[in-house]
Structure formats: structure tokens, C-alpha cells
Write a protein that binds this ligand. Sequence first.
Ligand SMILES: [Mg+2]
Length: 171
Amino acid sequence: MFDKLKPDFTFGSYIEVTPEFLAEQGIKALLIDIDNTLAPYEQAEPDEKLFAWFSSLEENGIKAALISNNKTERVELFNKDLKLPAYPDAHKPCKKTLLIALGELGMDTKHTAVMGDQLFTDAYGGKHIGMRAIIVPPIKDKKTLFFRFKRALEKPIMKSYYREKNKNCEK
Ligand SMILES: [Mg+2]
């Protein structure tokens, strides 16, 4: 179970996930979370940096879809000018919407990664159906009790991930 929560890759921000890196890893499509991965909750529309990042993916033949547990209005407004395949109300980590998105992109799990800020929804959602997971730290955490509780649970898992990562570096 813990293995399925561990990210395959972590980055400081979505912007560090480059087409070159994705190509090296054989990742041809990304299913991307919105809230706290690409923008904070209160940011309704993408900024210039985000448009540039999505263009660089497109120019390099990387497919992208937005997959969010947030509601339709939020996702539609955010996607108004991006015009990506978008899946609101996705109920991650449930696999149903992830698999629909995968099918509509014409991709398989082996060449697709989920990208998000949460281990229990984004990482687990992708990993338990065989995709890889790219995790970035949340842009701005919601300081509710529930989120603090989830973060506390995630801490030991992230610790063990970094411990293993360091072990590999020592080899
Ligand atoms: Mg998120």
C-alpha cells in the first residue's frame, strides 16, 4: 500500500517538469491536477508561465489533460483558454475518471504519469493503476484541520521516499 503512495519523481514546482525530462522517462502524457499543483485555489485562471509551460509540452508532443476533484465551474473557467481535455469531479484516487481520460487521450498507463500535490489522491490514484506519479509541493496549503491531518500522515511516507532516494545516491 505504501509503495502506491510513493511518488516516482518529485519536483519543486510544475515548471521544473520539462519535456526533456518526460522524454527521457518515456512519459508521453500527463494527467494533471489543478489546485495547488498548477495554481492556488483562489486563482481562477492560468497565468502566462502556465500557458508557456503547456505550449512547451505541446510543441514536444506531450499530451496533457486536466484532472481535478474540484467542481465543473472551477475546471471550465481554468481551462477556458487552455482548451485541454478536462475532467472535473474526478473523484481521485478512484480509477474510473483516470481511465476514461487515458482512453480519450489514446494512451496507456506505461507512458502516462499523474502529476499533482497530494499523495493520497494524485499519487495513489495513478499508481494503483500502473501509472507513474510526479509530485510537487502544494503551492498554498489549505489550513483546514483535514488537510493538516492528511499532511501529517503523508510526512512519514515522504521521509521514507527521501531516505530511499538518498540511499540510491550513495551507490
Ligand atoms: Mg491538488
